[in-house]
Design a protein. Structure first.
Length: 248
């Protein structure tokens, strides 16, 4: 089989290696992270030119299976993947890790988008940990009365246009103990997070629970229709194995 994985997540990297016994695997990265972790398989970096460009790539490279293992909030890429696979007549699956679920002692305020997160922080000044990556922090310029600690893998450029903002460059996974220490040192009283699921960045949610800190949780967008969805790397491997056995 010729398999193309749209990646950028830990699960994509794990799945790419697991699928090597089934054929030629290429992992595609959007290129938004300046120094991505080693992937273990051949890597393609950069966009395709929308759904039409991706469909053309699928046909030109004679791809047998397209796997969307992008970040749960990469809605545009996922929509393009579903459209391209259908247009090129290529089998496709989406590896979408389960969302985090609120548990006892969590103080979540659930919002639909970042505009909702900005509004949920309220009018009184707060000390906010923004743990949403660097791509969309500009939304919080609409609430300049808060003090922000912004954590991202790569630098935020341009910086957030507010009077009080600190920047922390770090790559997960993080430990609960380290997250508790971070929140205490910076006197954080609110965390803004995207419901990405997975273990690598869940420590901030557990730490907020332990400290009684509010989490403004941005819900993930729905997956596009018409694509088989699996929740784990093991399920994805099993699906590919069954397809290979049937000769698809």
């Amino acid at each position: 089989m010729r398999i193309l994985i749209l990646g950028g997540t830990t699960e994509a990297r794990q799945l790419a290696v697991r699928l090597l016994p089934f054929g030629a695997v290429t992992l595609s990265l959007a290129g938004r992270t300046q120094a991505p972790a080693a992937q273990g398989v051949p890597v393609r970096v950069g966009g395709f030119g929308g759904a039409e460009g991706l469909a053309r790539h699928l046909r030109d490279e004679r791809i047998d299976l397209l796997v969307d293992a992008t970040h749960p909030f990469a809605a545009r890429i996922s929509a393009n993947a579903a459209e391209a696979a259908a247009g090129a007549g290529v089998a496709a699956i989406a590896l979408s890790r389960p969302a985090w679920q609120q548990v006892e002692r969590d103080r979540w305020t659930v919002v639909d988008d970042l505009a909702g997160a900005v509004a949920a922080l309220g009018s009184a000044p707060r000390r906010v940990l923004l743990a949403i990556g660097r791509q969309e922090v500009a939304a919080f310029a609409a609430a300049p009365h808060h003090a922000y600690l912004i954590r991202s893998i790569d630098p935020v450029d341009p910086p957030l246009a507010v009077p009080r903002a600190e920047y922390l460059l770090a790559r997960g996974p993080f430990t609960v103990a380290a997250e508790i220490d971070l929140m205490r040192r910076h006197r954080i009283d609110a965390v803004v997070a995207k419901n990405a699921g997975g273990e690598a960045t869940y420590a901030k949610i557990a730490a907020a629970r332990e400290l009684g800190i509010e989490v403004v949780m941005v819900q993930r967008p729905p997956m596009p229709p018409g694509i088989v969805e699996v929740a784990t790397v093991d399920e994805a491997v099993a699906h590919v194995a069954a397809s290979a056995k049937r000769g698809e």
